[in-house]
Design a protein around this ligand. Structure first.
Ligand code: ZN
Length: 306
């Protein structure tokens, strides 16, 4: 018998993973407006930006300005993605109290994307965690390409467990497993997440799922069956790593909320408000996102970005 969690926590990634590959550059005040609506919709965790080199990801060039414009009076956790110590220091200086630090579990992906071999990347995240703790930050550690890599294929789960254990020993507060390429399947999700939950004891384990191969929600469902209750999602199913070919689309916030609520799993999220963001952004960027529910529940009376 499956035992689903009574409620799940969703971290909205649309502002970072969702927007990072979109052109043209969206003005900072528009992004802040969207962050406000995401919070209005009841989402309690928002990844607002990433601290990467603006030449590599121009859409994230306003990371500091975004942090300056956040409404800190709200009961929302704002987080930023950091991929090296410099980025982590920028996040701390910008006033963030929570960061997501992440490296790849695939040596080839790490070399191509982050210019670091796996041992170098492990050293890099150890330094990030150390610096983060010195700055009093809450740190979500984690790995990319956990469930497969376009260059290497399957990733040895023992390497994943070993790297997660190392990060836990260094003192991360939360764990994130990313299926950056969408190559996971419900069985591998259960095998790997189950073991990582054991290793993490009482620390939350987030799954960051991409729908590249159409298995996104199936993987989320399989994860909930073994007790995973923390998920990254992005409005409209936006997103995709700019450095992984074909890695389009996170699981959509609306689709995940809708399915969960239908199953009696509480999310605390107002799906109409999130769907309105997705439809506004489809107009703004003149494209269709891969999620479903933002089109199905089309309430034209809610407008976000014009
Ligand atoms: Zn992603």
């Amino acid at each position: 018998m499956n035992s689903y969690p009574p409620k799940i926590v969703i971290e909205e990634q649309g502002l970072r993973d969702g927007l990072q590959t979109e052109k043209p550059f969206m003005p900072t005040d528009k992004k802040l407006e969207i962050i406000g609506v995401v919070a209005d919709a009841g989402i309690k965790r928002i990844q607002v930006t990433s601290f990467v080199h603006p030449k590599l990801v121009p859409q994230m060039a306003d990371a500091e300005e975004i942090c300056k414009g956040l409404d800190w009076s709200r009961d929302v956790l704002y987080s930023g993605l950091v991929l090296n110590t410099k980025g982590l220091e920028r996040a701390a200086n910008a006033g963030l109290r929570h960061v997501a630090a992440s490296i790849s579990a695939s040596d080839t992906h790490s070399r191509k994307n982050a210019n670091a071999s796996l041992p170098q990347a492990r050293q890099r995240i150890a330094e990030m965690i150390k610096t983060g703790k010195e700055n009093g930050l809450v740190i979500r550690g984690g790995l990319q390409c956990v469930f497969g890599c376009r260059f290497e294929g399957r990733i040895d789960p023992n390497v994943v467990f070993d790297m997660i254990k190392e990060q836990l020993d260094l003192g991360i507060d939360e764990v994130a497993l990313a299926d950056s390429t969408g190559m996971a399947n419900p069985i591998s999700i259960q095998e790997i997440s189950g073991k990582v939950i054991e290793l993490s004891e009482d620390k939350p384990v987030f799954l960051h799922l991409h729908d590249t191969e159409g298995k996104g929600l199936a993987n989320a469902l399989a994860a909930m069956q073994i007790g995973v209750a923390h998920f990254d999602t992005a409005f409209g199913g936006t997103g995709g790593c700019p450095f992984i070919k074909g890695a389009s689309g996170n699981i959509s916030t609306e689709d995940m909320v809708f399915m969960s609520e239908q199953m009696g799993i509480d999310t605390g999220i107002d799906i109409d408000k999130i769907a309105a963001i997705s439809r506004s952004l489809e107009q703004y960027f003149s494209k269709q996102f891969s999620g479903k529910m933002h089109r199905v529940i089309d309430r034209q009376d809610i407008q976000v970005v014009r």
